[in-house]
Write a protein of this length. Structure first.
Lengths: 573, 507
């Protein structure tokens, strides 16, 4: 979820309310737009606001956030009107872009007065939109220019990586597009988006001057906006037409909120079947109309509303109302509300405007019977037996690493579920047995009083090609005892009483296992089937984990016991 | 009338034998009694005015490990000087050290001492040592030899010269010097009289029992004996019973609550397809939560199988691309089935709800919950874990609405969190609309975010073939547990601190 930094004074100016540093009040108000105060830098006057709604990019700038809130605070009603005048700016799109970055939208904003703070806020909005809504510039990216320095019409075309060159923003010398990808910080960051193509997107004016190399970098000559610029050109390029158009609206409306006047541009697409529209006038500020059934809204919220009540609530939510009758409300959804994709989204706005805390909760007593998972009873019994045997239950992470699972247990690596993008070197695989978790636990408690006896009954994940997920999870049980006199007979006695109490016939047969001392370990068999092992832990393992006391352990596939019990139960019925 | 018991009689007899006066250690050896028994007997005898107990502070001198080496091999400076003499009275420091088998570090110390004790002359230019005559054995060396023979000494008994050597060797860490109180018992006149049989009023009491044995019980001989009194206030060894893990215990409690509220438990695997974790929950395939910072992808097997849900996949695809028959516009992108099959470690328990909704056995009405281990590629710190548990679930019924949803949340807040007050806020999840955040207020703790919930979007339910509203909810159980257990660091949930687990109260 995006977090934006807003200048509190600018925000208060746009909103028309002064909070006088009362962040609790601001936080309360922000709840209407699913946002909260994360931090407040009093010295700089900057508030960090977390916006939970990843689908409301209209709130990701100081202008949009103020706009979104004003209606809920009864300072404004319904959607804000944005007018657009026609301009003569034309943009021609080259057909070679269709497989690369096919779409562009442009707008012109005139007579705007930018302060340093406004420019900084604008850059912040641009960055949030590029990063999150534009998916790190993959889907869409924004460029803003001083209009007076350009000569329209513009051409959105392609350039050859090693031949086409210009001076990128922040540099002094001309560089080829290939060089920019290699040397410019933005080229290094976003180069992967275009690198796979033979030619790269280029936006130039009628005199061949470069505006930008989308989505990488603007030119040093034209792509810089200062306080002196009063007429701006906004350009958005991208791979999804609707995203491009939405992004253009979001930036342009923010600029209009700052006092600018918006003008359209005409985009001419090539005569290629790829493009369904040949001529697109951008931006399009028209509203979407949604027919909302009064019955549907009342049903979802659980309160009986009239059409008129819903109409009023919609205005509070910043949506428009065209017509109201007993059965339906015709709703006007402003262009910047890109989150509305279903009538349900409008219903939620009605509920928020009504106030969740004004709805009296209702517990619907349904005739359902509760059950815990079938194996839980047996799992609990097993845990109680272990606790009764004097073993402390522990809880471990299931994420671990091959060194813990195998190397330090004196084992060769076995198949195990591995993570492709681990975050920590200690958490790269999912455990396929429990004993390493317990030994690791003991290793962390060498200065704690002995004897130490711990157990865990928990999940292991095993690769299994027969399953849809390529894995199966099983409940396993492991126990260890470590102290100066720990030995095989102690752990065998524990295992014996465990199985006796569960009514499970078992036997142990000598078997080799590199984690255990040869001749002091065996495999545990139930119904002739191997379900685990028990023995004295090999000193090689103890050394690897820096354990200083003899240690005896067992590990049992408890899933087999669960299945055995289930089958017995079924046979009895 | 004085009644004495066996130990006391033995002490008196021993004192008589040892010239009427003896130290505790001597008596322990003589009577074969432990320290505590001698002292107990001494106190009783003193109470009856039969003996006097004196305390005397003694300074005990003992060799350290290093001191033992010096005592056996000679002090380094002695070894060095001997080596020079062996080499004809004049040689280089290096040659002498080699002869004396002193390593570089000791050679330097040895040289320093030969200079201080004026045992040899040293020419720093040529690094040559000259020894005129073998030096006399010093007091420090005498003390070492004496200690070596006797192990420990009472400083007070040493000659004046040797006392000076004590200080020097203590500084050289060859010996330790400790003050110890030595206790002596001395017979009083009455005591002497008692031994001679002159005191008629002394009788021998019954034998004392320290440990009651089966033999004593079976033979009944305990009847003629007396039980030694214990100091029941003395400290005893720690006892650590086995206990359930406090967090798992808490989850058991939550499970029982949910079962009693009519919820059935769902289970599933840690490895899940992106389809059930994301797609079926209307999370677009390019959503930030699906980037490598948002979810763990599986390396050894990239994709899983969803072919048995082909019809559902088809409907989900349509919902994502253009809304399909859900009444939605959809996300407006080209859906990839390959992406849907990608295997991940589940990032939330909601994938279990999606699978449950697809189940043939799904009833209306019904209520489900799960307690699932979930995984996120987070940097682990005070407030984030890479792996944690989520308690989530659904309620399925005709005409469920937001009011019912708030009812479910209030019930949880009261029954599970024991909240005094609750508060709702608008929330956001890609798969629910409307969405609600639940905050619970508890005296002493304040407001805590306790849950997130919502009604599944039509883009979720319709492709899964569900015709009725579904309430989805999740509870912040980790925070609730931390609050109850008084923890401030979320990592403590998976704490490896055995001492904490042993001492953690269960009530």
């Amino acid at each position: 979820m995006p977090t934006i930094d807003i200048d509190l004074l600018e925000f208060e100016k746009l909103l028309g309310i002064a909070y006088l540093g009362n962040m609790t009040k601001l936080d309360e108000d922000l709840a209407f737009v699913k946002s909260e105060v994360k931090a407040y830098d009093e010295k700089e006057g900057i508030v960090s606001v977390e916006i939970k709604d990843t689908n409301r990019p209209d709130l990701w700038g100081v202008e949009g956030l103020a706009r979104g809130l004003r209606c809920y605070l009864n300072l404004e009603k319904g959607p804000r009107r944005y007018d657009i005048s026609e301009s003569t700016v034309e943009v021609y799109v080259n057909s070679q872009l269709k497989g690369i970055r096919p779409y562009i939208g442009c707008s012109i904003v005139k007579n705007i007065h930018l302060s340093d703070k406004i420019i900084r806020g604008l850059m912040h909005l641009q960055d949030k939109l590029d990063q999150t809504y534009g998916r790190r510039r993959q889907k869409s990216s924004i460029g803003i220019y001083c209009l007076d320095l350009l000569k329209p019409p513009l051409t959105y075309t392609v350039g050859k990586p090693s031949e086409f060159s210009f001076v990128p923003l922040g540099f002094m010398d001309r560089m080829s597009l290939a060089e920019i990808l290699e040397r410019h910080p933005k080229g290094q960051e976003y180069g992967h988006i275009v690198k796979k193509h033979n030619v790269y997107p280029i936006l130039i004016d009628s005199e061949g001057k470069v505006l930008s190399f989308p989505p990488i970098i603007n030119s040093n000559d034209l792509g810089r906006v200062t306080e002196q610029a009063h007429n701006l050109l906004v350009e958005v390029t991208g791979t999804i037409h609707q995203t491009v158009l939405n992004t253009l609206n979001l930036v342009t409306t923010a600029l209009v909120d700052r006092g600018g006047k918006a003008y359209s541009a005409t985009v001419h697409y090539p005569k290629d079947v790829f493009y369904s529209q040949k001529k697109v006038i951008t931006p399009d500020f028209s509203c979407k109309r949604v027919m909302l059934s009064v019955e549907y809204a009342s049903q979802i919220i659980g309160l009986q509303f009239t059409g008129k009540q819903i109409g009023k609530l919609l205005l509070t939510a910043g949506l428009g109302v065209v017509g109201v009758n007993e059965k339906t409300v015709e709703v006007l959804v402003p262009n910047y509300r890109v989150d509305v994709m279903h009538t349900i989204d409008v219903v939620e706005d009605v509920a928020v405007a009504f106030g969740y805390n004004n709805i009296i909760p209702l517990w619907r007593d349904l005739p359902t019977t509760g059950y815990q998972r079938p194996e839980q009873q047996l799992v609990n019994t097993a845990r109680e037996l272990m606790v009764g045997s004097g073993y402390q239950e522990v809880l471990s992470n299931t994420l671990t690493n091959p060194e813990n699972l195998f190397t330090k247990m004196n084992l060769k690596q076995a198949p195990v579920v591995e993570i492709a993008n681990p975050k920590l070197v200690t958490m790269t695989v999912v455990r396929n047995w429990l004993l390493p978790s317990l030994i690791e636990f003991l290793s962390a408690n060498q200065s704690v009083e002995f004897p130490q006896r711990v157990f865990e009954l928990g999940k292991v994940t095993l690769p299994d090609e027969t399953q849809d997920t390529g894995t199966r999870d099983e409940e396993w049980l492991a126990a260890v005892s470590t102290h100066a006199e720990a030995g095989f007979s102690e752990i065998k006695a524990c295992l014996e009483s465990f199985f006796m109490n569960l009514g499970v016939a078992w036997e142990i047969k000598p078997a080799s296992n590199p984690s255990f001392i040869e001749g002091r370990a065996g495999k545990v068999l139930v119904n002739g089937l191997e379900v685990g092992m028990a023995g004295e832990v090999d000193p090689l393992v103890l050394e690897a984990w820096k354990l200083e006391n003899p240690t005896a352990a067992f590990e049992v596939n408890f899933q087999r016991i669960i299945e055995l019990k289930k089958n017995k139960l079924n046979n009895r019925h | 009338m004085v009644e004495l018991r066996e130990n006391e009689i033995r002490i008196l007899a021993a004192l008589d034998k040892l010239d009427e006066k003896a130290g505790v250690e001597q008596l322990m050896a003589e009577c074969e009694l432990p320290d505590a028994a001698v002292m107990r007997a001494a106190l009783i005898l003193q109470e009856n005015n039969l003996v006097r107990v004196h305390g005397k502070i003694e300074t005990v001198v003992k060799l350290t490990e290093e001191g033992v080496i010096h005592a056996q091999n000679g002090l380094p400076e002695r070894r060095l000087v001997d080596a020079v003499i062996a080499k004809g009275g004049k040689t280089t420091l290096q040659a002498a050290a080699q002869e004396a088998q002193l390593d570089h570090q000791f050679a330097k110390i040895a040289l320093g001492w030969t200079q201080r004790k004026k045992w040899a002359s040293f020419d720093p230019k040529s690094s040559t040592l000259t020894v005129e005559t073998p030096p006399k054995v010093g007091d420090d060396e005498k003390l070492l030899i004496a200690l070596c023979a006797k192990e420990k000494f009472t400083a007070e008994k040493l000659s004046q010269d040797l006392k000076a050597a004590v200080e020097q060797l203590k500084k050289r860490k060859a010996i330790t010097v400790e003050d110890k109180t030595e206790r002596f018992l001395e017979l009083t006149n009455e005591g002497k009289l008692a031994i001679d049989g002159g005191a008629a009023d002394i009788t021998v009491g019954p034998k004392e029992i320290t440990q009651l044995t089966p033999e004593l019980i079976i033979r009944g001989s305990w009847r003629t004996m007396r039980f030694q009194r214990y100091n029941i206030q003395a400290a005893v060894a720690n006892f650590w019973p086995g206990k359930k893990h406090p967090y798992l215990n808490f989850l058991d409690e939550v499970r029982q609550k949910l079962v009693s509220l009519g919820f059935k438990e769902m289970t599933g695997t840690a490895v899940e397809t992106s389809f059930f974790n994301f797609d079926a929950l209307y999370t677009p395939q390019d959503h930030p939560a699906r980037e490598i910072d948002g979810i763990y992808y599986i390396k050894n097997q990239r994709c899983g199988e969803i072919s048995k849900y082909a019809n559902v996949v088809e409907r989900v695809k349509a919902a994502h691309e253009n809304g399909g028959n859900t009444g939605s516009n959809g996300w407006g992108y080209a859906y990839s089935e390959e992406e849907a099959r990608r295997l991940i470690l589940r990032g939330h328990g909601t994938c279990l709800s999606a699978r449950t909704l697809l189940s043939k056995n799904l009833e209306v009405p019904s209520k489900y919950f799960s307690i699932a281990r979930v995984y996120r590629p987070e940097v682990v710190d005070k407030t984030h874990l890479s792996e944690f548990n989520q308690v989530e679930g659904i309620v399925v019924d005709e005409k469920l609405n937001l009011r019912d949803l708030l009812g479910v949340l209030s019930k949880f807040a009261k029954e599970i969190a024991g909240a005094d007050k609750i508060r709702f806020k608008p929330d956001y999840f890609p798969f629910t609309e409307p969405s609600v955040e639940l905050s619970a207020y508890k005296e002493d703790y304040g407001w805590v975010e306790f849950g997130g919930s919502g009604i599944f979007r039509p883009e979720v339910t319709q492709p899964l073939g569900i015709k009725v509203p579904v309430i989805a909810w999740g509870l912040g159980v980790d925070r609730l547990f931390m609050m109850r257990a008084g923890l401030t660091d979320i990592r403590s949930i998976f704490s490896q601190d055995l001492d904490w687990l042993r001492r953690k109260q269960v009530a």
